[in-house]
Design a protein around this ligand. Structure first.
Ligand code: SAH
Length: 213
């Protein structure tokens, strides 16, 4: 499918309008073909600044939220990132060019497999995928310099915090109620954490295996 350049131009304008200033984030969002991550039925809406269904009752995140979270992570080519909730793999595809390596976990097998195929098509060499419950993190690969959670947690996930480097940043939507989730940026210092509220967001819930039994 050919996506017209003006579609990407419109999206870029929407991101700038939403306060995205990081040029590297804007350039990566512009260069990444979102239509590869969207199911056929919604492909003509790939460049709208909106979430879209991807199956399994999950959604590909809204581009401006992807950009906000990516910008908040303050990435560089030395950082090792853990992502919980691969979903379509779109957020992963935005992270990968901006960091050293991304470790990404998805609990739904079909989504995990589809995302893996997309990473192959796009020839990413720095993305490591896993299917399973990410709420416990990835202890074999810890610590991470950055952690991004793309599903809403009820509270700050302390297991994940324990897998974050000192000086590291975690970005996570937190809130019990779907209409009252706040995107938090947490910086881990030597003996404390600093939390900033980046505003209201709406994500599908983070579901841990313990809740399923
Ligand atoms: N960033 C993704 C967003 C996907 S929605 C995108 O843009 O496509 C959030 C994803 O988190 C869903 O696919 C859901 O299945 C997954 N998820 C929820 N709880 C999880 C858990 N405990 N471990 C791993 N993945 C989880």
């Amino acid at each position: 499918m050919i996506v017209e350049k003006r579609d990407a131009d419109t999206l870029r304008a929407a991101l700038i309008n939403d306060g995205i200033t990081d040029e590297a984030v804007l350039a990566t969002m512009y260069a990444t073909p979102r239509e590869l991550f969207v199911p056929e039925a919604f492909r003509n809406r790939s460049y709208e600044n909106t979430p879209l269904p991807i199956g399994q009752h999950q959604t590909i995140s809204q581009p401006s939220v992807v950009a906000t979270m990516t910008q908040a992570l303050e990435l560089n080519d030395r950082v090792k990132v853990l992502e919980i909730g691969t979903g379509s793999g779109y957020q992963t595809a935005i992270l990968a060019p901006l960091c050293r390596r991304v470790y990404t976990i998805e609990r739904h097998k079909p989504l995990h497999l589809e995302a893996e195929q997309r990473f192959e098509v796009l020839k990413f060499r720095n993305v490591v995928t896993r299917c399973g419950d990410g709420s416990m993190g990835w202890s074999e690969q810890a610590p991470f310099s950055r952690i991004i959670v793309t599903a809403a947690a009820i509270d700050v996930p302390h297991v994940l915090l324990s897998q974050l480097d000192v000086g590291g940043i975690m970005v996570v939507p937190v809130g019990l109620n779907e209409r009252d989730q706040h995107l938090l940026r947490i910086r881990k210092t030597e003996d404390d954490i600093e939390t900033e509220d980046l505003g209201l967001v709406r994500f599908v819930p983070l579901i841990s295996d313990e809740e399923m039994v």
